[in-house]
Design a protein. Structure first.
Length: 261
């Protein structure tokens, strides 16, 4: 008889500390048990994190401590994660937040694991729209905010493709090459730079995360250009400072991917 494929492992809490926030605890119970609440759970936010090292990648909202900002899902998008029931819920979640099969596969083969951080609403988070980006940057990177503000009108009115044509720069390729590219903008590089349009858009792409999927309308988009839920930007906060948070392991293996992503 043919061997039946083993079902994917279910999500579990990645820590043993008590979840003190009642809304977060309610979300975790439904997510782990694959059930749907009778009504939307209020004031819960979330973020999918990935990494290899506990202290380096899983101690804060963003995968690296040097990042000043983290992209998070607000209550609407977080509650939507409870709509996908079934054995592939972990993989469906990765798809829902915009990760495609090739990207997930490359991370798995490189030894990465995935987790979902769920936490109460953060006071300092803002809807990820162009209007909110500029005051947010003034708070988290005041040393370069004036350089960014100098190009506000152009950044808000030109598409990424138009900016690529104007500057002669492929921003996604620069980000892929990272510091091997002289155009790649860390905070230190941008602080020392003149602040041209090309340098500024590279900084927003590389350091802040305003990638090709950022539209400026406050919604996230997947790799197929399909609009997902609202997304927010928050200061990169240490998890120990997020009172009432929970961390859920998202076990995924390669065999789960083809049928879902």
């Amino acid at each position: 008889a043919a061997l039946m494929a083993e079902p994917p492992m279910a999500p579990v809490l990645a820590h043993m500390h008590p979840v003190t926030d009642k809304n977060v605890r309610n979300f975790v119970d439904h997510f782990i048990n694959g059930t749907t609440p009778s009504s939307s759970i209020p004031r819960v936010c979330s973020r999918v994190v990935h990494g290899k090292h506990e202290k380096e990648n899983f101690a804060q909202l963003a995968s690296h401590a040097w990042k000043r900002a983290a992209w998070i899902m607000g209550p609407e998008s977080t509650n939507s994660l409870l709509e996908g029931e079934g054995p592939n819920s972990c993989v469906k979640l990765l798809k829902a937040v915009g990760h495609d099969k090739d990207w997930v596969l490359s991370k798995l083969r490189d030894g990465y694991e995935f987790r979902l951080v769920v936490f109460p609403e953060i006071d300092d988070c803002v809807l990820a729209s162009w209007e909110n980006i500029f005051p947010f940057l003034q708070k988290i990177v005041p040393s370069v905010s004036e350089k960014v503000l100098a190009h506000k009108d152009t950044l808000m009115t030109k598409s990424l493709e138009e900016l690529m044509e104007m500057t002669g720069c492929d921003f996604s390729e620069v980000e892929r090459m990272k510091e091997a590219s002289p155009d790649y903008m860390t905070l230190e590089r941008f602080e020392a730079a003149e602040g041209t349009l090309k340098e500024t858009r590279n900084f927003l792409y590389d350091f802040v995360g305003l990638s090709c999927f950022f539209s400026g309308d406050g919604y996230s988009y997947n790799g197929h250009g399909e609009r997902q839920g609202t997304e927010y930007l928050a200061p990169n906060t240490r998890l120990e400072d997020l009172n009432g948070h929970a961390v859920i392991s998202l076990p995924v293996n390669e065999d789960d991917l083809p049928a879902v992503l």
